[in-house]
Design a protein around this ligand. Structure first.
Ligand SMILES: CC(C)(COP(=O)(O)OP(=O)(O)OC[C@H]1O[C@@H](n2cnc3c(N)ncnc32)[C@H](O)[C@@H]1OP(=O)(O)O)[C@@H](O)C(=O)NCCC(=O)NCCS
Length: 173
């Protein structure tokens, strides 16, 4: 497995596979802001609209994990835009394709992301995830501090219920 950073040009080139990873995660029930139905075209449109411009402007940075050359996981670091929070960033869209889970991609992406944030001078990171999810266990194992749960934060992917979101922070050394 290889972890690498993609700029906006490289991300545009890889857009179909980035969108495929997200679409497969949402299809599999991952709660990452979308609800079903969520097509490959919906996913590509989101990457093009929300991610490529933010990469080009430097507001976000993107990491991918490749297995045998093919992108199977990804995560983004979104820099806080507030002038009084130049030391803060948010972690968003940690996604590992359902076929590539439990191989260490998620952990490797987060470890590299923390190093990237540190190098960029961002020492305080925040994120949120579905209460009780696999991601929550990953963040706990990486030393993130749980702030608490906001009940009923978001619709489940199939829209059948509201799910709580667990908020975490980490101060990088
Ligand atoms: C959360 C996610 C990114 C984990 O990716 P992954 O590559 O499978 O994770 P790793 O193999 O690096 O696992 C690291 C650790 O996380 C925990 N973990 C991961 N998946 C788990 C699961 N299904 N059940 C329990 N613990 C789990 C374990 O502690 C694991 O360590 P171990 O394998 O040594 O026990 C992946 O399940 C995913 O993409 N989920 C859907 C999208 C999502 O919810 N993203 C988070 C948005 S905030």
């Amino acid at each position: 497995m290889i972890i690498e950073e993609l700029d906006s040009v490289a991300a545009e080139h890889e857009l179909p596979v980035l969108a495929e990873v997200m679409q497969a995660c949402v299809e599999g029930g991952a709660s990452v802001n979308f609800v079903l139905p969520f097509s490959q075209a919906d996913s590509e449109a989101w990457w093009r609209r929300a991610v490529l411009p933010a990469l080009a402007s430097g507001e976000r940075r993107l990491l991918v994990a490749r297995v045998e050359g093919r992108i199977r996981g990804t995560v983004q670091l979104a820099f806080a835009p507030q002038p009084n929070q130049p030391h803060r960033a948010e972690v968003t869209k940690l996604l590992v394709h359902p076929e590539a889970r439990r191989l260490g991609l998620g952990r490797a992406l987060m470890t590299r992301l923390e190093a990237m944030a540190r190098e960029a001078g961002r020492s305080l990171l925040l994120l949120d995830t579905v209460e009780g999810s696999a991601a929550q266990r990953l963040y706990e194992s990486l030393g993130w501090t749980a702030l608490g749960v906001v009940p009923g934060f978001a619709l489940s992917t199939d829209r059948s219920r509201l799910e709580g979101s667990a908020f975490f922070w980490k101060q990088l050394a």
